[in-house]
Design a protein around this ligand. Structure first.
Ligand SMILES: Nc1nc2c(ncn2[C@@H]2O[C@H](COP(=O)(O)OP(=O)(O)OP(=O)(O)O)[C@@H](O)[C@H]2O)c(=O)[nH]1
Ligand SMILES: [Mg+2]
Length: 343
């Protein structure tokens, strides 16, 4: 790795409570369920929070944050095309003097000077077959940093240059902001009031988690199914799935969670089939002995890995799994139905 180690840091520092009108003064008749979302960075916790807000809370939280989502998309359109272009130059696939390359490399990597010219240059570069192919191959065998959502940002690079572009639900869900505080979304569903807590998952953020461990009714551990084929932003030598398992081990063994129901939600299921088809898991994990490129075998292997971690110390604790495409509201609602059975 290492043509460019980019930075996922972004202004997103917040410790915010989002409440809907109905739950401003919680009714005494409502029962409260505190649902804690935990997991490593980039696994999809905040995207889940946004999707829950859209699905169960009329989008009141995301409605307040359009500017933040727009700048997130611009920032990562630039950053991801910069790393891709730098690698393409090094590989002799793009020339340094190319006008579009110049524009993209000169652009501020926080997206602050994003313009129609920059958006146009990103779109033009993404139209070059060799660039697209390089990005895709890198996803199967990482050589430079990028985000799973980069193709979405590139595809919409021109549209998002307009100061007043109409932001869509997909834009909000796909915009990336590293969480650096604690966010809470509260909404009602029938007789229940849900307090959903989202924390930052990158290593530097985890020391803050302890603040949220009191009176938790359900823990939802979020782990990305794209993780086995990628490395951490914080540490390019660590595979994302390995990190997720280590974090899970620390969390599931917390004395305060001995009797707390645990769910493991595998996110990014929409990316999984393509990754399993193109990446041989056994090259990354010697314990994978299942058939190559077999989605079901790969999914069962993921489940077993989490079950093994948990049963080492708590053999009687039951883990419940769900595979979720967080970008799809119906998929999140189906997973949430399982949670409702425990409330
Ligand atoms: N394709 C796809 N992308 C997803 C899914 N879930 C999340 N993402 C994307 O993954 C990226 C990271 O998601 P976040 O929700 O910011 O991750 P996080 O766990 O909150 O990360 P931290 O705040 O750093 O802990 C975002 O760009 C999301 O759009 C999914 O199910 N499918
Ligand atoms: Mg987050």
């Amino acid at each position: 790795m290492g043509v460019c180690s980019s930075n996922e840091d972004a202004p997103g520092d917040r410790s915010t409570v989002y409440r809907d009108q109905e739950t401003k003064s919680p009714s005494t008749t409502k029962r409260v369920c505190k649902l804690l979302l935990l997991g490593a960075g980039g696994s999809g916790k905040s995207t889940l929070l946004k999707q829950m807000d859209i699905r169960f809370n009329k989008g009141k939280m995301v409605g307040e944050r359009h500017a933040e989502f727009a700048s997130g998309m611009r920032r990562f359109a630039v950053k991801c095309m910069q790393t891709t272009a730098k690698y393409c130059i090094q590989a002799g696939l793009l020339k340094e003097g190319n006008a579009d390359v110049e524009i993209v490399l000169k652009a501020a990597d926080d997206g602050s000077d994003y313009s129609a010219e920059i958006g146009g240059a990103i779109a033009s570069l993404w139209n070059i077959e060799a660039v697209e192919k390089t990005w895709r191959e890198n996803r199967y065998q990482p050589k430079f940093w990028t985000l799973d959502e980069a193709p979405y940002y590139f595809k919409h690079a021109k549209r998002i240059a307009d100061e007043n572009f109409q932001i869509t639900s997909q834009d909000m869900l796909r915009s990336r902001t590293k969480t650096t505080g604690i966010q809470e979304l509260t909404f009602s569903d029938g007789e229940m009031e849900y307090r959903v807590i989202d924390v930052g998952g990158q290593r530097s953020e985890r020391r803050k988690w302890i603040q949220c461990f009191e009176d938790v009714d359900i823990v939802c551990f979020i782990s990305s199914l794209a993780g086995f084929a990628s490395v951490l932003y914080e540490d390019e030598n660590e595979n994302r799935l390995n990190e997720s398992l280590k974090v899970f081990e620390q969390v599931v063994n917390q004395p305060c969670f001995v009797t707390t129901p645990f769910f493991v939600w595998f996110t990014k299921v929409d990316l999984f089939a393509d990754l399993v088809k193109n990446v041989d898991i056994s090259t990354q994990f010697s314990d994978y002995t299942g058939p190559k490129n077999d989605e079901l075998a790969a999914l069962n292997w993921h489940r077993k890995k989490f079950r093994d971690v948990q049963s080492a110390k708590h053999p009687n604790k039951i883990l419940r799994f769900a595979d979720v495409n967080v970008l799809e509201g119906g998929s999140v609602a189906r997973a949430f139905d399982q949670i409702k059975l425990f409330t």
